[in-house]
Design a protein around this ligand. Structure first.
Ligand SMILES: Nc1ncnc2c1ncn2[C@@H]1O[C@H](COP(=O)(O)OP(=O)(O)OP(=O)(O)O)[C@@H](O)[C@H]1O
Length: 248
């Protein structure tokens, strides 16, 4: 198993508030890794650090190393656009651009000077399990799609750039159970090509999709391991209490 993405001795604070404390984690290539833990423990902060989303927060202080293969993503000479092309992100609430379905796919491709013809659009929509539902409406405003379809469009927009890693921050939290299962199927299919990190509050979801699970608590990694082990044989008492729903 090859490590695709990792953080070493990562500390993140906002002003005087330390949010991540000496975090060491790794994400294996072609695996799905779930980040779980109670609200406020730092899951999103960690996820967002992987595509340099904190660059725009003037009070963010980041120490430590984040490696994508052998590239330190915080190296001074690496443009953030290069990182975001290699590490895509899908957010909690679907956020399509207020443009047509096809323009949602071509937008990032044009910015990156990549081919953006019909075949590329179809391929991205196929890969996100959306093509059959939208192939006759490519010029329709994306905002007219259902919530689940909009989230799959955001996934199509991310995969169109051929990233290596896809970060997902609670991608199903705004969706109904049927749309959620569709996205979960999609995530499992995407791992054949991509490395996936997903933040979720849904313990069943983590068990359904994730190969590996990382449990965070108060800004620290408490426990990590194969998903089966974390849920069926956790080593740490706090992990046990969390997955049994004693707090959250
Ligand atoms: N830009 C920021 N400025 C100041 N504080 C921040 C910033 N981003 C996050 N925080 C703080 O960091 C802490 C961790 O937040 P984070 O969103 O990472 O937690 P989380 O585990 O993802 O929570 P949830 O499950 O509720 O989404 C919170 O106390 C939050 O207020």
């Amino acid at each position: 198993m090859k490590t695709k993405l990792s953080a070493q001795n990562l500390n993140i604070s906002f002003g005087t508030k330390q949010v991540l404390k000496n975090v060491n984690v790794s994400f294996n290539e072609n695996e799905i890794t779930a980040l779980i833990g109670p609200s406020g423990c730092g899951k999103s902060t960690l996820l967002r650090s992987f595509n340099r989303m904190h660059d725009l927060s003037p009070d963010a202080n980041i120490n430590g190393t984040i490696m994508l293969d052998d590239l330190n993503i915080y190296s001074k000479n690496i443009p953030v656009t290069e990182i975001r092309k290699r590490i895509g992100m899908v957010f909690q609430k679907a956020n399509p651009f207020p443009k047509s379905i096809q323009e949602n796919i071509t937008y990032g491709l044009k910015i990156n000077n990549l081919p953006h013809g019909k075949d590329v659009i179809e391929k991205a929509l196929q890969e996100a399990y959306l093509w059959d539902e939208v192939k006759n409406d490519l010029k329709m405003p994306a905002t007219r799609l259902s919530g689940g379809q909009q989230q799959r469009l955001c996934i199509a927009r991310a995969v169109a750039l051929r990233p290596e890693v896809i970060l997902m921050d609670e991608p199903c939290s705004a969706l109904d159970p049927v749309s959620t299962l569709k996205i979960e199927e999609l995530i499992k299919h995407l791992k054949k090509k991509y490395t996936i990190a997903i933040v979720t509050h849904n313990m069943q979801q983590a068990q359904r999709v994730a190969d590996k699970t990382i449990f965070m608590y108060l800004g620290e990694v408490m426990e990590e391991g194969p998903t089966d082990q974390i849920f069926n044989n956790p080593k740490n008492e706090i992990t046990t209490n969390y997955i049994n729903g004693y707090f959250g």
